[in-house]
Design a binder for this molecule. Sequence first.
Ligand SMILES: [Zn+2]
Length: 113
Amino acid sequence: MKAPKTHKVCKACEREKPIEEYYMQGKYRAAKCKKCHQIYQKAWQERTGYIMPSRNPNPGPQGFASLSPERRSQVSRLGGHAVAIKGTGHRFTTETGRVAGKKGGLVRKKNEA
Ligand SMILES: [Zn+2]
């Protein structure tokens, strides 16, 4: 068993730095020191225009909300077609329809009171 390293040579600036100067990447320390890592990350962000979602204060719409209304409708329709073909979609019978209608009526009554 080797003694844990206390220092390590940075792959970017090639300077020997204490191990705390390296970010953890899973079980291991990163190859670049924190300073070099930040420089590298900034350059990469500028190159790609990508902002880390956790650092973006205004990420804008995501998922379905990021799609145009037409595209959203298209995708939703596909889901409807799929369950119709598979036959797994929910089908209301007179009985389940009546129960559901009653529940809705009760909520309305409660909200109006
Ligand atoms: Zn470095």
